[in-house]
Write a protein that binds this ligand. Sequence first.
Ligand code: SF4
Ligand code: SF4
Length: 466
Amino acid sequence: MAEDKINTGMEDESFRDHLSTVTSEGKRVWVYPKKQKGKFYTARTIVSVFLLAFLFITPWIKINGHPFILFNVFDGKFILFGFAFGPQDFYIFALGFVTLVVFVVLFTAVYGRIFCGWVCPQTVFMEMVFRKIEYLIEGDAAKQRALDKEPMNGKKFFKKSFKHAIFFIIAFLIGNTFMAYLVGIDKTLDIISRSPTEHITGFIAVAVFSGIFYFVFSKFREQACTIVCPYGRLQGVLLDANSIVVAYDHVRGEPRGKLNETTGDCIDCNLCVAVCPTGIDIRNGTQLECVNCTSCIDACDSIMTKVNKPKGLIRYASMKGIKEKLKFRFTPRLILYSVLLVALISIFTALLVSRIDVKVNILRSPGKIYQEMPDNKISNLYHAVLVNNTFDDMPVEVKTNTPGAEILTVGKDVVIPSLSVHEAEFLVVMSKDDIKTTVVQLNIQVFAGGKLFYETKTTFIGPQKK
Ligand code: SF4
Ligand code: SF4
């Protein structure tokens, strides 16, 4: 992050040259974050309970027999809050995606990585599920470190195997839930209840998802945020000195020193570093590795309370606000993002609201103007594009109420499959005696289940009148 963008107040910026979780030889430094408690941790626990409940319960919710949410990328079928979307709705998804990106950019520019600390599935599962289980089985950071240093013995073997077995069961649950979002709960239950040989692809998919989740939460951990996550990599361009981040008030805290020395408020107890799940020292300033988990805020507040100093030495604040003791203000960049976001959300909402269940477009087929038919009749060929945005296949009937005209569908009855676009051709036939002008005004109606749902006027071309 550029010095002119985020002035940390710290002179030595050499910590930015390397990851705190990798040694100079390139070896992984395992992070043992100390158990946390405090008001932010409690609030995050409550938020996590809701998020996890939503994640695990949602695949079981059905509306009229259909999933509440489904992302079936294999068949190109998507359901959001009970509304079905198919490939024909790609433009809505594309706009929704652009809106989401602008939202993320704006939100990050204003509130930093608040998403990472509070709602990102990686952080929620890592800190609120897997880490808590680890504390329960292996104890706090010091005990975990000691256990890892011990040579293998009965106690260590039991603790490690027990922990990893539970980790794998949870990863398996997450893998199946992930699968349920992709193919629906019924198919997922079918896959896991039958022999793998009957569902080899599904079985491999569940095994791969479970394996990936197990690896990420048992081994890879914070590296997913610090090395892989593209959102984390973007922080350098999304954040500026006005962004709200988890920040150390260096103006108040420095020079740090032992309690009772005449120094700043930081007593250099190192607790903020000890609790950090990404192994960094927030006192160095805003860093890409910081997932804004707020653990260091809770830790430092507990210390400030003990030493009778005001809380908030580490807090949600902007670096500029800390340096200049300024309140948050809207910059021109934020105003521009906001206007863009409101415009995109308005267009997106309008598209969603105006989206109808069935769309039809009927045009006379290009090419030959008319065809001579037996029995002194003339026909014109028409092309229909029918879009079915509902969950059910829809048999439709094309009719005309223009006197003397009749419809001949080409091939079988027209059925528009659920969530798809269907193209059909049909003939309109008229007796030459009924064709009084070269161009006849034709009214075409489309019925589904006996109900008229589309009507359009088009033209029927007959032979030139002398
Ligand atoms: S620096 Fe603080 S907020 Fe950032 S990841 Fe570490 S503990 Fe969490
Ligand atoms: S927890 Fe607070 S007092 Fe302790 S080292 Fe960190 S910033 Fe300083």
